[in-house]
Design a protein around this ligand. Structure first.
Ligand code: GLP
Length: 211
C-alpha cells in the first residue's frame, strides 16, 4: 500500500520506478495507491488535476490496476463528503506501508500549511498564496476557489514509513526546519521529527542548511 504525492520533485522517482518496471525488476499488479492530495473544483480528467498528473507521470507507465489507485475527489461539490469518503477507504486499506512526501517552499506537507494545531483526517483547506504560486494548475481560469483536499497530519503519521524528497535551494530552509527545528510541540509542520521511520532524500542544495 503506497501513499503517493504530486509536485515536480517525485517525478524522477516515478520515472525510475517505470524504468524498473520496463526492465522487469518491479511488478505493480498487487500494489494499491492512495494519493495525499488533490486540488478542489477540478474535473479529474483535465490536465491540471492530480488525478491526471498521476496517470500521465506514473500509472499509465506501469502494470497497476487503475481500480487500485485512489486520489481524493476534487470534483465533488460536497468537499466534506469527499474527504470523509476518502478517509474511509484509506483506513480500510490499513494506511500506507510507505508514504512518499514532497515539501513546499514554506514547509507545507500535502496542503498542511503552517498552523498552530495538528490536523487529523482528510479535509479541505484554502490554499495560501505561497502554495498557489507553486501550482501551475492554480493559475488557470478553471480553478474558481483555490482550495485543496488532503490527508491531515494524523493520516500521514499512520504510514509505516515516510520518505520525504526535496530538491533545490528554495527548499533548504524547509528541509532544515523539518529535520532540526524544535518547533514540533507547537508548530505541526515539523511533526515528521516524531515519526519513527522517516527518511529524507534531498540534493545538496536542499540540504545546504543542514550540517
Ligand atoms: C504541492 C503539493 C505538495 C507538494 C508541493 C511541492 O503543494 N500539494 O504535496 O509537496 O506542491 O511541490 P514541488 O515538488 O513541485 O516543489
Amino acid at each position: 500500500v503506497l501513499g503517493l504525492a504530486t509536485g515536480s520533485t517525485p517525478i524522477g522517482a516515478y520515472k525510475q520506478l517505470a524504468a524498473w518496471y520496463e526492465k522487469g525488476d518491479v511488478d505493480f499488479a498487487e500494489v494499491s495507491t492512495y494519493n495525499l492530495d488533490e486540488i478542489a473544483v477540478f474535473r479529474t480528467t483535465i490536465p491540471q488535476s492530480y488525478h491526471y498528473f498521476m496517470r500521465e507521470n506514473f500509472f499509465d507507465h506501469i502494470n497497476i490496476d487503475l481500480n487500485n489507485t485512489h486520489v481524493p475527489d476534487g470534483s465533488n461539490p460536497d468537499a466534506a463528503a469527499a474527504c470523509s469518503e476518502y478517509d474511509k477507504i484509506v483506513a480500510a486499506a490499513g494506511y500506507p506501508d510507505l508514504q512518499l512526501l514532497g515539501i513546499g517552499n514554506n514547509g507545507h506537507i500535502g496542503f498542511n500549511e503552517p498552523d498552530d494545531h495538528f490536523s487529523k483526517g482528510t479535509h479541505c483547506v484554502d490554499l495560501t498564496e505561497s502554495t498557489i504560486s507553486q501550482q501551475p494548475a492554480c493559475s488557470t481560469a478553471s480553478m474558481i476557489a483555490p482550495s485543496g483536499l488532503h490527508h491531515g497530519h494524523q493520516t500521514i503519521m499512520y504510514a509505516r514509513m515516510i520518505l520525504v524528497v526535496a530538491n533545490g535551494e528554495a527548499k533548504a530552509q524547509a528541509v532544515h526546519d523539518m529535520c532540526y527545528w524544535p518547533g514540533y510541540a507547537r508548530v505541526p509542520r515539523f511533526v515528521l521529527q516524531l515519526h519513527t521511520n522517516c527518511v529524507v532524500v534531498a540534493d545538496e542544495a536542499a540540504l545546504s542548511l543542514c550540517e
